[in-house]
Write a protein that binds this ligand. Structure first.
Ligand SMILES: [Zn+2]
Length: 165
């Protein structure tokens, strides 16, 4: 027989699918609730992938905006160079975030919050400049971190789900 959830083949005497945990000997309700939970978990993994892709777009956006604006807002060439390095840094974060989401997302979020804080310490009104854009960036990165953590936990618990993208 085949596992109805992951399609692995088993002898008739199997009690639980070793790949995905499907309860062969359970009643209909147990079986259908197992499948329903698997679908929800697979959905969580898909959400995590999507939220990391969104975070990637945000990081590219921050990088491009920082590079472009550095030419207008930098008072001297040193500030210009620093702003350009920062902008390129965020572009690199965007490039790497799919490969190592947790490290890059945490690093980018910490860097972004430090920049906002540093600017606010120099001039507190900067905090409200582009506030909606700031909120979007911080929430998108934080959301991706939370979703990624949840998906990793699900993947650890199940061999079968760990192969879902
Ligand atoms: Zn299975």
């Amino acid at each position: 027989m085949n596992c109805p959830n992951c399609q692995s083949e088993y002898p008739e005497t199997t009690i639980t699918c070793t790949k995905c945990g499907f309860p062969f000997t359970g009643n209909d309700q147990e079986k259908s609730s197992f499948i329903a939970k698997q679908i929800l978990k697979a959905g969580d993994i898909g959400d995590a992938t999507q939220s990391i892709k969104n975070a990637q777009n945000i990081l590219y956006g921050i990088g491009i905006v920082t590079c472009l604006f550095s030419f207008f807002v930098s008072a001297d060439s040193l500030t210009l160079i620093l702003n350009l390095i920062l902008g390129v840094g965020f572009l690199i974060f965007g490039y790497l975030v799919i490969k190592s989401p947790m490290q890059i997302l945490t690093l980018a979020l910490a860097l972004l919050l430090s920049i906002y804080l540093l600017n606010a310490l120099i001039d507190w009104t900067t905090l409200f400049r582009g506030i909606i854009w700031k909120v979007i960036c911080v929430s998108a990165l934080s959301y991706a971190i939370i979703k990624y953590k949840k998906a990793e936990k699900i993947k650890k618990e199940s061999d079968y789900l760990s192969n879902i993208k």
